[in-house]
Ligand binder design. Sequence first.
Ligand code: GAP
Length: 454
Amino acid sequence: MDNQLMDKLVSLCKRRGYVFPGSEIYGGLANTWDFGPLGVELKNNIKKFWWQTMVWQRDDVVGLDSSIIMNPKVWEASGHVSNFSDPLIDCKNCKSRFRADELMAGKYGDISMKDGKTSCPLCGGELTESRKFNMMFKTFVGPMEDSSSLIYLRPETAQGIFNNFKQVLNVSRKKIPFGIAQIGKAFRNEITPGNFIFRTLEFEQMEMEFFVKPDSDRRWYNYWVSERFDWYLKLGLKKENIRKRPHEKNELAHYAKACTDIEYSFPFASLGEDGRPWGELEGIANRTDYDLSNHMEHSGKDLNYFDEINKASFLPYVIEPSAGMDRMTLAVLIDAYHEEKDENGEIRIVLKINPKIAPIKVAILPLVKNKENIVKLSQKLYQSLRSEFMVDYDEIGSIGRRYRRQDEAGTPYCLTVDFDSLEDKAVTLRDRDTMKQERINISEINDWLRDKLK
Ligand code: GAP
C-alpha cells in the first residue's frame, strides 16, 4: 500500500459519501473533515461494537457521557495546563513549523549546522529557539474575555471519568476492579496535523479507565493490552497490519508509568525497524494513581476507595485503553480497500468491510424500474428489511453499474428482484467479496441476514 492509494481512498470517500473536507463551500478549513451518510453509519457501527464489548458484555464496566467543557481547575490538576505541550520550532525564512523532537530526529530531512546553529531542513533558513506550545484550545464563558472566564475544550475524555469516579462508584455499586467507559469528542491544537483523518484538530476518543488495586496494576495492564489487540482482529483488521509496541521511557506521557501502543500499518506513517510504516491507533497506559491523587489534592475531596473486605482505604491505580475513533475508521477503510477484476475482467474497486460494521448491510435492486410488479415486490422487501437493517434501494442504471456502486460503498449483500421472483418468491443474492450469486427465498432473508451479522 502506498500514498497513491491514499489519494484513491480520499477520492472514494468523497465520491461515496464517507468523508468530506470540512467547510468546503468556503474553501475548506485545514485538517477538519465531515463524515457523510456512509461515514456516519460506519462510525456508529464501530462505536456500537466497542461499546458492546467494553460495556454490555462485561460485568465490571459501566458507561458515562461527561461534558466537553469542564471547570478549568480540572486541567490544572491533570497537568494538562503545564505539561500538555509540544516543543515547537519555526523557520524564520520559509515559516515552516516543526515539532522540535521530530526535527532533531530527522523526520523532515537532514538538518545541517550553519554557524553552529541548526538550520531549516527545507530551505536552510534560520530557526527560532524551541518554544513550548500548549495544545489545548481555549475559549471564554460569558461576555468577558479575561482569565476569570477562560475555559478549555477537553483534549481527552478521560478527565470527565476521573471527575465522576466517586459518583459512578456509588450509583453502580461496583467493586474494584471496575471500569468506566466513554465515547466523545476531544480537541487538540496540533502542530503537525494531517494525513486525512489520522491527525485532526477535533476527533473522537473511545476511552475506558479501569480502576484496580495498586499492586495488581501490571496484571491488568497486560490483560488490557491483550484484550484490546484481540478486539481489532474481531473488528476485522488483518493481523499482519497491526502490532503492539511498548513505549520507550522517554516517550511516555506525563501521567504514564507504562504504555503500549496498538499500531496499524498506515501507508503514510514513519517506517519502523522492520521497514514497514506504523502509526498509533490506540494506547494502553498505566496511569497509576496520578489523576485521582491530583484531583484529590486540587479539589480537596476524598477520592479514596474503601475496601470492605480488608477494611482499608486506598487510591486505585488506573489502566487506560484509549482509542482514536477516526483513526480506527481510517484503518478499517484502508484495510478494506481492494482493486480487482470483476465478472467482465474489468477493474472493480471494492471495500471489503466486515459486514457487521459495513454502513449499508444490503441493497435491494429491482432488475427493471418500469415493471409495476417487480417494483412492488422490491419495495415490499425493502420495507420489511429496513426496520432491522440499514438498507439501500437502488433502481438507477444497469445492474452491473449498481453492483459497482455498492462494491465501492462496501455493501456486503445485494438482492436483485427479477421476473422469476414474481413466480418463485425468491431473489438473487450477490456476495460483495466473492461476487457469487445464489437464489434465496424471500421469506428466509431476515433470518439469513441476522445470522450473518450476528
Ligand atoms: N487519555 C489518553 C490519551 O488521550 P493519546 O495517546 O493522547 O492518549 C489517545 O490519545 C488516542 O486518541 C490516540 O491513540 C489516537 O488514536 C487518538 N488521537 C490523539 N490525537 C489525535 C488527533 N489529533 N487526531 C485524531 N486522533 C487522535
